[in-house]
Every structure is written in C-alpha cells, then in structure tokens.
Ligand binder design. Structure first.
Ligand SMILES: Cc1cc2nc3c(=O)[nH]c(=O)nc-3n(C[C@H](O)[C@H](O)[C@H](O)COP(=O)(O)OP(=O)(O)OC[C@H]3O[C@@H](n4cnc5c(N)ncnc54)[C@H](O)[C@@H]3O)c2cc1C
Length: 387
C-alpha cells in the first residue's frame, strides 16, 4: 500500500521520470485489510488496487525481491536497478513461532486463500495470538462453522495495545461467538494434529494459525548502512528520509519521530501506509525540485478492525496516566472510551461509534481540551464536549 501510494502520488505530483515499483509477491499491489474479512469469508478473491499502472507509466516489477542497497543501485534477484531516488516500503512480515513450520500465517493474499480452504464446518482450528488478526480470523472461522480455540500468552486479548480491563471486555466477544479463549498460556509445541500448551494442555487441531505480530521486513538491508532501530524498523526523519542519501522509507517498515506523541512511532496500520506513502512522495518531489520542506509527517494514528460483528476503531495514542473516560458502558451495544491528557483528547477507542471516532480524530489533531463530564455523555456529540 505504501509503495503503491508513493508511486501514484509521485506521478500525480508531476514526477515525469521513470518509476519502477518492485515487489516480491507475484501479484500487482493489493489491499490487505479485506484479506482477514471478505477474502477469508469467500466474498472476494482479489483485492487488487484499481490503478492502471501502465497508463501512468509506472513499471511494475512483480515477483522480484530486493536483496541489497548500494549508493545509486538497488540489487534485486532479477538484476541491478540504478536509482536517482529510492523509497523503501517493504512492510512487515509475520513473526514466526519456533517449531511452527506447518502452521499458517495471514499476511498475503496467497496466505488468505490457503487458509480459507481450511475453514470448513467442523474443522478444529487453533489460533495462536488474540491480537487484531487473531480476532478477525476467529470471527470468520466461527462464521464458517469451525471449532475455534484461541491461545493468548498475555492476560487478555490485545494486551499489548489496550489496558487489560478493556481487553478483558473483548474476551466476552470470543465467548459469545462460541470461540474458546485461553489467556495467560503459551505454546510449547505444535504437533501434526495438536497444539501443546505450556501448562501441559494438549489441544487437538486440524489447522493452526499463528498471529503473534509482525516485524519490519528489513533484514535485506543488513550492511547497507541504512540505520534501523532495535526492532528492525528503518529510522526516518519527519520527512521520511533514511540515514542514506537519496533513500526514503514509508509504511509498516519505518519508525518516525512524532512530536505529537513525544516519541518515535512504528505504526503497522493501513492509514499510516496510505498517508506516509503520500507524504514520502511529497518529500521526494520537494527534494528533486529544490523546494523547501513542508510540514513534518505526524498524523493522528488511526486504525480499525472488524471483529465479532463489531466495528472497532482507535485513533490517537494513549499512555499510562491519561484520564480514562467512558462514553456509555460495555453493556451498551455501542460505546467508546476516551483518554484525556491534561484535559486534551489524546486517544479514543470506539466500538460501533464511528461518528465519535471521526470527531475525535479532528479533536486530537487540534489538541482540543474536553469537558470530561460532557464527554462522558454519549448523547452529547463529542465535538460539543469542548471545555
Ligand atoms: C490480514 C491483514 C488484515 C489487516 N487489516 C487491517 C485493518 O483492518 N485495519 C488496518 O488499519 N490495518 C490492517 N492491516 C494492516 C495493513 O494492511 C498494513 O499496515 C499495510 O498493508 C502496510 O502497508 P505497507 O505498504 O507498509 O506494507 P505491505 O502491505 O506489507 O507491503 C510491503 C510489500 O513489500 C514486499 N516486500 C517485502 N520485502 C521485499 C523485498 N526484499 N523485495 C521486494 N519486495 C518486498 C512484500 O511482499 C509486500 O508485498 C491488516 C494487515 C493484514 C496482513
């Protein structure tokens, strides 16, 4: 997504020179969010982007892997490509569980189509990881009539992303959907027909899916001199420039400085891929045309997830110590939680409350101070809860 958006925005922004879009997968650029939703459900087979690359004069080099970067040259398994400017947007790759060779992961359209074939009524599916991918896969697997067990090492679903109290509420969604959730236990072995847990339990399994997160796909940059952080994310500045000259980066594979958040952020969500792709194109064009740099890249982070019949959305970034304000209650069909920092709206989690989340995105961007009493009243529009 980030690479495709960059190429598109470069062309739309007036770049007349040649553009090549290099990708390891054999498919033209496509959207990943529907993979764990409509594609798994069998509603769609392809999520290819509706872009006429040929018409735009963008050369698509699919099925081609970048192997190394040297100044002015991208090495690939199909030969060298000289460049004037290089944008790295290699995304992220699923983290593997040791000994999980026979298990499935869900990152590519090929992964989704292979997993879909497993989701037949009565199939026993063990999912490792109750994160976003785990929840969405569990949703579809239950709809497909599979017996589903989800194993989560943390104390609750989404333990890394949300306070445990909120994750615990989501545990109820698994139960209501008929999926068994086992938190606080790891996996000690994956066998041909079972998953063995660290507490000794043996879960019979026809299929195993591992969804325990993704790491920046940047191993191929070793020795390039391009600086990475400890997690392997490419360190970029506010204009998405890497430590190497004429090399930029965008999407899931980067860590960028966020003045808004007071820290560097690595965001592995669709909206960031889209926006950073557009921003990096502006940065490349600005450099090529000798223009003054525009504003640093620092949007309000945003993502959504569709799970257990609910639209879950999150915007901003909460930290420990923020004031947590409920809008409605978890017993309501829809609700939202706000995080206020020194009165300003810093983050929002909405469950079937898209209007709240949309308004919150704007209020967070503007650094608006909210009245916590008004903000807690779900019948008051969030934008009307300004202090
Ligand atoms: C199943 C699934 C569901 C998702 N659902 C949501 C959602 O509901 N909401 C949301 O906000 N986000 C969602 N996301 C996240 C979102 O799709 C990603 O954040 C987004 O795709 C990142 O875009 P990207 O361009 O940075 O990386 P990618 O989409 O990963 O693209 C990177 C491309 O680079 C290729 N590549 C890697 N290494 C090399 C190399 N050495 N040489 C050549 N090519 C290489 C890869 O094959 C890949 O095609 C989902 C992701 C997945 C996998």
């Amino acid at each position: 997504m980030a690479g495709a958006q960059t190429a598109l925005a470069l062309r739309q922004g007036g770049w007349r020179g040649p553009i090549a879009l290099v990708g390891e997968e054999r498919h033209p650029p496509y959207d990943r969010p529907p993979l764990s939703k409509d594609v798994l459900l069998g509603k769609r087979d392809s999520t290819e982007l509706d872009i006429d690359w040929q018409d735009l004069g963008i050369e698509l080099l699919t099925g081609r892997r970048a192997t190394a970067v040297a100044p002015g040259i991208l090495h690939t398994d199909g030969g060298e490509l000289p460049y004037r400017g290089l944008v790295i947007a290699t995304g992220a790759a699923p983290i593997a569980l040791p000994g999980s060779d026979g298990a499935r992961v869900l990152r590519t359209v090929d992964d989704a189509l292979a997993l879909r074939a497993d989701l037949v009524p009565g199939a026993r599916l063990v999912l490792v990881g109750a994160g976003w991918i785990g929840a969405e896969t569990a949703t579809v697997a239950r709809q497909s009539g599979c017996e589903v067990t989800v194993v989560e090492a943390g104390p609750a679903p989404l333990a890394g992303a949300l306070p445990a109290g909120l994750g615990a509420l989501m545990a109820d969604w698994y139960a209501a959907a008929g999926a068994e959730l086992r938190c606080g236990t790891g996996v000690s072995a994956i066998e041909a027909d079972a998953v063995v847990l660290t507490d000794g339990t043996r879960l019979p399994a026809d299929h195993v899916v591992v969804g325990i997160g993704a790491r920046p796909a940047t191993g191929w940059l070793a020795g390039s001199g391009i600086e990475l952080d400890a997690a392997g994310a490419i360190l970029v500045d506010g204009w998405l420039r890497t430590s190497a000259e004429h090399v930029w980066a965008a999407g899931d594979c980067v860590s960028y400085p966020s003045a808004r958040s007071g820290t560097r952020l690595s965001v592995q969500h669709w909206d960031h891929a889209l926006q950073s792709g557009r921003a990096v194109a502006a940065s490349v064009l600005g450099t090529a045309l000798g223009q003054a740099a525009g504003e640093a890249y620092d949007p309000v982070p945003y993502f959504w997830s569709e799970q257990f019949g609910r639209m879950v959305q999150y915007a901003g970034r909460h930290t420990e110590g923020d004031l947590l304000v409920w809008r409605g209650s978890a017993q309501d069909p829809d609700w939202a939680v706000l995080w206020l920092r020194e009165g300003r709206l810093a983050g929002v989690l909405g469950v079937d409350r898209p209007r709240d989340v949309n308004q919150a995105r704007r209020l967070i961007a503007a650094g608006t101070v909210l009245d916590p009493v008004k903000a807690a009243d779900p019948s008051v529009q969030l934008k009307a809860a300004v202090a």
